[in-house]
Design a protein around this ligand. Sequence first.
Ligand SMILES: [Zn+2]
Length: 239
Amino acid sequence: MADLKLDVLAIAAHPDDIEITCGGLMIKLANSGRKTGALDLTRGEMGTFGSQNDRDAEAIAAGEIMGLSYRNNLSIPDSAVEYNQENKLKLAQVIRDTNPELVILPHWKQRHPDHLACSKLGFDACFLAGLKKINLEGDPCRPRKIIYASYSRTAEYSFLVDISDEFKQKCDAVAAYKSQFDSPEKAKRIFQPGLNVFDYMDTKSKFLGQLAGVAHAESYFVKESILIDDPQNMPVSSI
Ligand SMILES: [Zn+2]
């Protein structure tokens, strides 16, 4: 494990969060030859549908569709992800083991308490992994960049990523979670009342894409400024 070096690690609370929120970007990066990984904090055992074994197998299948080089699950109890030092260190050990340059975390505004805890734990873990004297195995390291993936309640964003070519593959990865989404009724009940998860992804990514002149896009957030070298060649025309 210690010699694994990822380009990108996405961290989320539940199996399928990564696929739904940043699956397009993860696929785009993997398709361009980057080594991508996913860390799920829980095994989703509090979900209404599906056994834990089903969901474990579905996460592996979805990871194969996304072209992941690595997937791990910390098996923290679902719906009880606590923001504490023990969990920070569990995440920080994965940061050390995989040494990603880019980390994708859930946005810091959340409805589900596990998502909120995951966002905070992930940021702190990236920091702690770089401390020389902390009680972790392996060499100190820190990701160079952290970006935040959008959930349903986050409307503002820092930048968009064109996922037109990856959208179908993203939907296939989400569909791999058969226990959650293999019928319209399940998809509706699980994700959000009155919405089907595939319709939701389609509507949202088309709306975002329309803002940037592409078919489908995903939105992301950064806390730092975005530095541009050459405004003359910035994508997306103004008029
Ligand atoms: Zn979730």
